[in-house]
Write a protein that binds this ligand. Structure first.
Ligand SMILES: C[S@@+](CC[C@H](N)C(=O)[O-])C[C@H]1O[C@@H](n2cnc3c(N)ncnc32)[C@H](O)[C@@H]1O
Length: 242
C-alpha cells in the first residue's frame, strides 16, 4: 500500500490519536515551542494531513498559510475543518510535485514527513523541493520520527531489519494497548544520513531539544514518562536555514 492510500484509510483515527499523551504532552508542545515567533510570516505546512499542525501555525499568528499533503482524503478533511478563512489546502507530493507553484515562504513546517522517504534520493528530492520554496534566509522546521518503540506508552515500532531504509511499522495505541488507533509505514534512516542530506541541499541547521509539557499538579505527566521521553525522544527537531 502506498503512503497516500495508508493515510487516506486512517484519516479519522490519526486525528483522534492526537489525544494520546505522547502527542499531547510532547509532540505538540515541542512543535509550538520550536515555531518561535511566526507572527506575520508566510508559512507552508508540508505533510499537513488533516491540518492539525497547520491550524497551530494559524493560531500562533502566521500571515499567509498553505497546507499540502499527498493524501487527497486528509486534505478534504482539512478543508472541512477550516471554518474560518485563512488557510489554503492542496494535494501535493513533496517528492515529485513542484511546490514553487504556491509561491515563496518565510517558513516551511513539516510535522512528520522525511521518514516516509523510501530511498536517499527521495530524501534529497523532498529537501530540494522545500529549499526551492523558501525565501533567502527562510527557515525549514523539520520534525521527524526516531522510529522509537515505547510499548509502555502505546507506541509500537516494528522494523523489518536494522539496515538503513528498512520498513518500520508504527502502531499508535492507547497506553494500555486496549485500543489501536492506527498503523502506518515509515522507513529507518540514521540521523547522520539526514544531516548529510541537509548539508547537500544547502541548509545550515541546528537540532532543537524536545519539550515535555505539564507535570506536577497541572497535568498527568509523571516523572517516569518525562524521563523516558527526554532520554529517548520518539522524534527529532531540526531548524534549517536557507
Ligand atoms: C504523521 S502525518 C502528519 C500530519 C500532520 N502534520 C499532523 O501532524 O497532524 C504524516 C503525513 O505525511 C503525508 N505524506 C507522506 N508522504 C508525503 C509526500 N511525499 N508528500 C506529501 N505528503 C506526504 C501523509 O499523507 C500524512 O498525512
Amino acid at each position: 500500500m502506498t503512503t497516500r492510500d495508508e493515510y487516506n484509510e486512517i484519516k479519522q483515527a490519526y486525528e483522534e490519536s492526537k489525544e494520546r499523551p505522547t502527542s499531547k504532552y510532547v509532540l505538540i508542545p515541542s512543535f509550538v515551542s520550536a515555531l518561535g515567533d511566526i507572527k506575520g510570516l508566510d508559512v507552508l505546512d508540508v505533510a499537513c494531513g488533516s491540518g492539525y499542525s497547520t491550524r497551530l501555525v494559524k493560531r500562533y499568528g502566521a500571515n499567509r498559510i498553505v497546507g499540502v499533503d499527498i493524501s487527497d482524503e486528509q486534505i478534504e478533511m482539512a478543508i472541512e475543518k477550516e471554518t474560518q478563512r485563512g488557510i489554503d489546502y492542496f494535494v501535493a507530493d513533496v517528492i515529485n510535485d513542484d511546490l514553487t507553484y504556491h509561491g515563496e515562504f518565510d517558513m516551511v513546517t513539516a510535522m512528520m514527513l522525511l521518514h516516509y522517504s523510501k530511498t536517499k534520493k527521495e530524501i534529497d528530492k523532498m529537501l530540494n523541493n522545500i529549499f526551492s520554496v523558501l525565501k533567502p534566509g527562510g527557515i525549514y522546521l523539520n520534525i521527524m520520527s526516531n522510529n522509537t518503540n515505547y510499548e509502555q506508552y502505546g507506541v509500537r515500532a516494528t522494523a523489518e531489519s536494522e539496515e538503513e531504509g528498512a520498513k518500520v511499522t508504527i502502531e499508535l495505541c492507547s497506553v494500555d494497548f486496549t485500543k489501536k488507533f492506527c498503523e502506518f509505514t515509515s522507513y529507518y534512516w540514521e540521523k547522520q544520513t539526514y544531516e548529510e542530506a541537509f548539508r547537500k541541499a544547502g541548509f545550515e541547521f541546528e537540532e532543537v531539544p524536545i519539550i515535555v509539557a505539564g507535570g506536577g499538579a497541572q497535568q498527568p505527566v509523571d516523572a517516569a514518562f518525562r524521563e523516558a521521553m527526554e532520554k529517548n525522544p520518539f522524534f527529532m527537531i531540526h531548524r534549517l536555514r536557507k
